[in-house]
Design a protein around this ligand. Structure first.
Ligand code: FMN
Length: 216
C-alpha cells in the first residue's frame, strides 16, 4: 500500500496569478518596454516558493533534450538552476551552451519562454544556493548517483537514513554545479478569458531590446 507524503522539495505550490487584463503589460494598452522588470514581477521573490521550468539543451546527438529543473533564482538578468556535473544536461552544456527555458503558471494564465546561453556560476554562488536548499535536496545532491539508483529500494532507504545521521549539515559535493542563463530572447504569454491570448517578445539588439507583439 502506498503512503501519501508531502512533497520533499516544496517547489510546485506557485499560485495562479490574478490578472487585470485592462492594465496588463502584455495585453496593453501600456506595454512593458523591457523584459527584466516584467520577469521580476512575474517570478517568485526571494524566500517564496521556487518555480519549476523545462530546460531544453542541444543534445550531443543533435536532438533537443528536455527535463524539469527548479528555478533557483532570477537575479534580474539571468535564470539560475543547479544540478549534478555528471548529468546528461551538463555534458550537453559543455558541448553547446545554448538553451531554452519554459515556465508555466497554473490555470492557463501565463507562460514565459526564454532562449539564451547557460554558463557555470562561481563556486561561491553555487555554495550559497546549496545552503538555501531544503535538507532533502542537500542530501539528494550527495546520494543521487548511478550506483545508488541501481540498488534495491530497501538498500536505498537505508543509505538515505544512514547519510542523514552521519552528515546532518553537509557541504556541497564536488558534483554540485550551478548555471546561469543569460537570455537573448524572452517571450511573455498571457491568456485572456474573453479575447485571444497574446505574446510580447523581446529580442536582444544593439543598444537594447527589440519588442514585438505576437499572436498567442
Ligand atoms: C519537480 C522536479 C524538479 C526537479 N529539479 C531538478 C533540479 O533543480 N536540478 C536537477 O538537476 N534535476 C532536477 N530534477 C530532475 C531532472 O528533471 C532530471 O531527471 C535529472 O536532472 C536528469 O536530467 P538529465 O539526464 O537530462 O541531465 C527535477 C525533477 C522534477 C520532476
Amino acid at each position: 500500500m502506498s503512503v501519501r507524503r508531502p512533497s520533499p522539495t516544496r517547489t510546485v505550490q506557485v499560485q495562479a496569478p490574478v490578472i487585470d487584463h485592462a492594465t496588463d503589460p502584455v495585453h496593453g494598452p501600456a506595454l512593458a518596454d523591457a523584459p527584466e522588470p516584467l520577469a521580476r514581477d512575474w517570478l517568485p521573490a526571494e524566500g517564496e516558493e521556487r518555480m519549476l521550468m523545462t530546460l531544453a539543451t542541444v543534445g550531443r546527438d543533435g536532438f533537443p533534450s528536455t527535463r524539469t529543473v527548479m528555478l533557483s533564482d532570477f537575479d534580474g538578468g539571468r535564470f539560475h538552476f543547479h544540478t549534478d556535473t555528471r548529468s546528461r544536461k551538463v555534458a550537453d552544456l559543455r558541448a553547446d551552451p545554448r538553451v531554452a527555458l519554459t515556465l508555466l503558471w497554473p490555470a492557463f494564465t501565463r507562460q514565459l519562454v526564454v532562449q539564451g546561453t547557460a554558463l557555470p556560476v562561481t563556486p561561491d554562488e553555487a555554495a550559497d544556493a546549496y545552503a538555501r536548499r531544503s535538507a532533502y535536496l542537500r542530501q539528494l545532491a550527495w546520494v543521487n548517483d548511478t550506483t545508488m539508483a541501481r540498488r534495491p529500494l530497501r538498500a536505498r532507504e537505508e543509505r538515505w537514513t544512514q547519510f542523514a545521521v552521519e552528515h546532518p549539515e553537509p557541504e556541497p559535493p564536488d558534483t554540485w554545479v550551478g548555471y546561469a542563463v543569460r537570455p537573448h530572447r524572452y517571450v511573455f504569454w498571457v491568456s485572456h478569458p474573453a479575447a485571444p491570448s497574446r505574446r510580447l517578445e523581446f529580442v536582444r539588439a544593439p543598444g537594447g531590446w527589440r519588442r514585438s507583439v505576437l499572436p498567442g
